[in-house]
Design a protein around this ligand. Sequence first.
Ligand code: B12
Ligand code: SF4
Length: 580
Amino acid sequence: MKLWWVYLDVGTGNYVHYNHGVGQIDACLRRAGHESELLYLREHLERDEFIERFKRVQPDAVLFPINTHQWVDTPRYAQWVREVSDVPRVFGGIHGILDAEKVIEHPAVDVLCVGEGEEAMVEYCDALEAGHEPTGIRNLWRRLPSGEVERNPMRPLIEDMDALPIDDREMWDHDWILRDSLWEVGVMGGRGCPFSCTYCANSARRIKYRGLGKFVRMCSPEHMIDIVAHLAPRIPFRKIFFEDDVFTMDHDWVRHFCALYKERFDYPFKVYIHVQTVTKEILQTLKDAGCYMVMAGVEAGNEKLRRELLNRQMTNAELIRAFRWCDEVGLQTWTFNIVGFPGETEQTIQELFDLHRTLHPNGAQCSIFYPYPGTALFDKCVDEGLFTGDDRPTYFEKSVLEIGTVSRERLEQAFWEFREVTLRLKAEKEARGSVDLLVELPAAEMTEQEASEPARLHLAKIDGDERLCLFAHPRSNIAWKMTVPDCARLRAAIALDPLCLSWGGRGAWFEVRVGQDIVFRQYVDPKINPNEHRWQEIAVDLSPYAGREVKLTLATLPHASGDLTGLWALWAKPRIEIRT
Ligand code: B12
Ligand code: SF4
């Protein structure tokens, strides 16, 4: 069967991304021998253009993934399909699961997936291809020619995440995605979250799936490594975002994964955490494996509102402690927040700002509360008559509620104020804390790459001391543009990787330049001088350049003879630190 995914991601205010649900179902369909194409829209199409594309693809079924925001416009496209063809229009996704009765009422929906789509869609497509009536397929609701709806029961949840095929992601435009996400690839190995926040569609899904098997599932660490290894030769990413809801749920899993990861990869990565699932030790383990950022939901600054309305049981003290640990181990932090909950007041808004002044994250996102159908907070808003009648869901900027305690205009203003506060905090932090040049590597300019091996991240061990490094075979110039903070210095350790020592040749010059000025120069040659077979710590004072916008270059050059044999020059953990 030929399937056509129509993914309508218009006006979402989010970056262009790979959709894991779509990708996972698609991998299963392809494994079963079906074909597919994807139309990923960031701008709406006019009817004629959409129909022209439909005719070009000539699918046997059209598949529409929907979250609540996307549901608003998708039926229009499904209606256009029906104007020219009678192929089935299949809907699925989080909104279809949580608001199934409303979605199936819509005449543009022929089939709705009310749970996990992998097995159901394979069964459905196999049946159609074989010319059978696709009846009795669990997880699918189907409108019959009589107009009645066949509501099939739910199927058990997929138990073994390792058994799912790894998606080749062939349908996706990776140039576009990577450019938009700054060279980051999204990876997800599990499903579900053990918490029950009242505003969260994922916790609502848990209730829908009750009795169907284990809701919180994770693939094995080995499988997660296999996913990265599978994607690495196919997609030129430079960073990874592990998008599992709470990456730090199982500490043994994290330890095992980190040990495997650092043996194989040096891509910096970031993860979602929940502050009640971390210890300083586990944060350090993540950091040592190449994690550069952890992202955590804060959502509200007022503890009572957070605990009683949102069912998020963490205290401010727990948040502050976890963020302090992150600072101590050198992990960047990011928070997710929402304003405009029922019961929000001017004071609770100020408490969110104040808490952020203490947490001091490197970045933060704030949305204005939108109640998703199917969640406990949605029901509360309906019961209390808070909806204003403006039913188009907004992502960030506007409230669809009249909460009474704070006006909608004030919420909008608070949203912008929050942005300002957190951006200032970010700038302060960057000026105060250290800037990790390896994390910023994707932004660096690289020139003079004479050697066959380009500059890249690399793990190297000398005398049992393993460090994450910038591999910089001479001649290389790797340059970052920056404004030098007050009292700054560049710290790093330099060495040649011992693995190149048996190759002969000579040593390498390490040079640090600020603009045209050479501010540091050292020759390292462990091939001649065994004493140099070690990490040599360096510190370069940058204070003469404070406040100036400069190009900071880490350069490596060969010995005067020009011998380039086996020069695996390394800058371990180069960073800009502020002296106090
Ligand atoms: C990764 C992620 C992202 C990523 C990627 C988004 C994406 N769509 O892939 C990024 C960071 C870009 C993102 C952004 C946003 N996200 Co988000 N995100 C998630 C997260 C953590 C995982 C999604 C996921 O991949 N799950 C795993 C897959 C396997 O599950 P699934 O998508 O539900 O798919 C299964 C079924 O639904 C079904 N299925 C799915 N599609 C289809 C299609 C068909 C035809 C069929 C038959 C079946 C089917 O089968 C799939 C496999 O079993 C979820 C939370 C969660 N755990 O689900 C939130 C979640 C999906 N996000 C959410 C939100 C609100 C957003 C944003 C609006 C946030 C914002 N304010 O910017 C944006 C919207 C962007 C967008 N266009 O989707 C909400 C959606 C709520 C709702 N009711 O709509 C969720 C549920 C979290 C929450 N707080 O409640 N997000
Ligand atoms: S911790 Fe996050 S994913 Fe889990 S229920 Fe709460 S908001 Fe949802």
